[in-house]
Design a protein around this ligand. Structure first.
Ligand code: AMP
Ligand code: ZN
Length: 466
């Protein structure tokens, strides 16, 4: 039986979708103002494991993820680089999707850029206004928290007494606080805006998630997920908006992933203690090792990032692959060992039970490695028979349908001459100040296992060791 810890009830609860065996799930997507860091990818990897395990339980999925393509940081960066918002966010959306692919993260059924739905957001804000949940000030529109009695039920904070009247208009969630929040923001000097019935401006961050979730998934989601830093104020605000609009519970289950940490602190852009996925790949680490590391600690536990940890992840993957190879290539005596068959079935059950238990990935991996240890010694002693191979392979298949690290990335061959040609192309692109193209070439080569280094005496390149 599948069970999740629900932030809303603070209990572990049995999970099934409310309707027709399909899980309606919303997860908060990236803010595309820069490359995502591997901390962000811890949360996205958790969502990927969640998706895969829901499917393994036989449920259908309708999963919506937004792309936050308008916010303070995006506007600041786009204006500084004299780019249009769309130009700027398209680039980083592409980079994000490339990174997801590299980490083998499944694409949600619907991936929705927030700015595709400005009209829906305006309409929702008007409806909130008609129900007296909003007030306007200096061209911006704010949500009046005192109009929503349930405020605080997700973060289990008691806000009575300190919320009236005050407001903030930042949407960088590190800076937000318990007070009224902006639904619609009037443009500051030089900022891009949409001309709408609410006046010129742009939507706040919180309203985009409520509107996209309600539009695509209906009044009540089965699951809403994100990182723990989103519980307050973002998800609390999503609940206030959505439930004020519909009168129905916004989500049945709220799942939140703990942080990827560096030396005891949250990995974050603002602390500067972060690595992008590309930083880690450039150091020669395999994407599978990064995926494995991010998935290996249960999502409700903090995960301390170290390069030692990455090396251990690579070693663990080697063990798994060696076992898979051994199953494929060793010669086994005919027949079927019943004891071993029972051992395989038990490993399968233990793997399944662990993931059913609020996605306990560490225990699930433990079950697999204990099995591999036992199976390897049975192979050494000749007890492992030909008839035991298919069940062992099925177990690995089940494992890999969730963790997906067994197959190495296809190493597309590229000759030295082809590399030289690409390097020359990139140098020309850089000279012409076409940095987007230069970056693309760099990544294309990286995908083929070629690492470029810009040095004073020109570009050096090397092949990544396997
Ligand atoms: P953002 O692009 O800033 O909106 O963040 C995207 C996702 O990454 C959100 O779900 C955050 O909760 C999550 N996140 C940010 N920092 C970390 C971290 N250090 N560890 C895990 N998740 C994080
Ligand atoms: Zn959200």
């Amino acid at each position: 039986m599948l069970r999740f810890y629900n932030t809303l009830s603070q209990q572990v609860e049995a999970f099934t979708p409310a309707r027709d065996n399909t899980v309606r799930m919303y997860t908060c997507g990236p803010t595309v103002y820069d490359f995502a860091h591997i901390g962000n990818f811890r949360t996205f990897t958790f969502v990927d494991i969640l998706r895969r395990w829901l499917r393994a339980n036989g449920f259908g999925l309708d999963h919506v993820m937004n792309i936050t393509d308008v916010d303070d940081k995006i506007i600041r960066n786009a204006v500084a680089q004299r780019k249009s918002l769309k130009e700027y966010t398209t680039l980083y959306t592409e980079k994000f999707l490339e990174d997801c692919k590299t980490l083998r993260l499944q694409t949600p059924e619907r991936l929705v850029p927030a700015t595709d739905h400005i009209d829906d957001m305006v309409e929702a804000i008007q409806r909130l206004g008609a129900r007296s949940h909003t007030y306007s000030s200096d061209g911006s529109v704010y949500f009046r928290i005192s109009s929503f009695p349930g405020y605080g039920k997700l973060s289990h904070n008691d806000f009575s007494g300190n919320i009236a009247g005050a407001r903030v208009d930042v949407d960088e969630y590190e800076k937000a606080d318990a007070r009224d929040f902006a639904l619609w923001k009037a443009p500051k000097e030089g900022e891009p805006f949409w001309p709408t019935a609410l006046g010129p401006g742009r939507p706040g961050w919180h309203i985009e998630c409520s509107v996209l979730a309600l539009k695509y998934l209906g009044e009540t989601l089965d699951i809403h997920a994100g990182g723990v830093d989103l519980i307050f104020p973002h998800h609390e605000n999503e609940i206030a908006q959505s439930e004020s609009l519909t009168g129905a519970p916004f989500a049945r289950f709220w799942l939140h992933a703990e942080f990827l940490m560096v030396e005891g602190q949250k990995m974050s852009k603002s602390l500067g203690n972060y690595f992008t996925l590309r930083d880690v790949l450039d150091k020669g680490h395999a994407p599978e090792a990064i995926r494995y590391l991010l998935a290996s600690v249960p999502y409700r536990k903090g995960l301390n990032f170290t390069f030692e940890g990455l090396k251990s992840a690579a070693t663990a993957i080697d063990r798994l692959r060696n076992f898979k190879l051994r199953l494929e290539t060793d010669c086994y005596a005919e027949g079927h060992n019943e004891v071993l068959a029972a051992r395989t079935a038990q490993a399968c059950k233990s793997f399944t039970d662990s993931l059913n238990d609020d996605l306990n990935t560490a225990e699930a991996l433990g079950a697999i490695f204990e099995y591999i240890r036992d199976a390897n010694s049975a192979m050494d002693s000749g007890e492992f028979r030909g008839g035991n191979v298919p069940a062992a392979q099925d177990l690995l298949k089940l494992f890999d349908s969730v963790f997906e690290v067994l197959e190495p990335r296809a190493a597309a061959g590229i000759s030295d001459a082809e590399v030289e040609l690409k390097v020359a192309e990139r140098t020309a692109a850089k000279k012409a100040k076409d940095f987007v193209r230069a970056d693309r070439i760099r990544e294309e080569l990286l995908e083929k296992g070629i690492i470029l280094e810009d040095t004073k005496s020109g570009v050096r390149w090397k092949r990544k060791s396997p």
